[in-house]
Write a protein of this length. Structure first.
Length: 95
């Protein structure tokens, strides 16, 4: 699979696009991302994201009051394999 990489002990970091495509099971990326994610979780690879990723991923379902999709995102972010890290004002300003 194209996304399989030798992973260091530190784990990997994902962004909001990966999360959105996984949770919403985007038809264009499903065949690559879902097996990749299952492989990562099966191997216990630590996955990191910022709290900003959670905000970016849920803003549209929040605006649309789509509780079903919001619940799916919450389940995703509650996985034990995923570690969310806070974003400081300094980091946001430098971005």
């Amino acid at each position: 699979m194209g996304l399989t990489l030798p992973l260091a002990d530190e784990g990997i970091c994902i962004d909001s696009a990966i999360v959105i495509y996984l949770v919403e099971s985007h038809s264009r990326y499903r065949s690559v991302l879902e097996p990749w994610w299952m492989d990562l979780t099966a191997r216990g690879v630590r996955v990191f994201a910022s709290e900003l990723v959670e905000l970016e991923a849920t803003v549209i379902p929040l605006r649309l009051a789509d509780q079903f999709v919001l619940d799916r995102f919450r389940q995703f972010f509650d996985q034990s394999v995923l570690r969310l890290h806070g974003v400081t004002r300094d980091v946001l300003r430098r971005a």
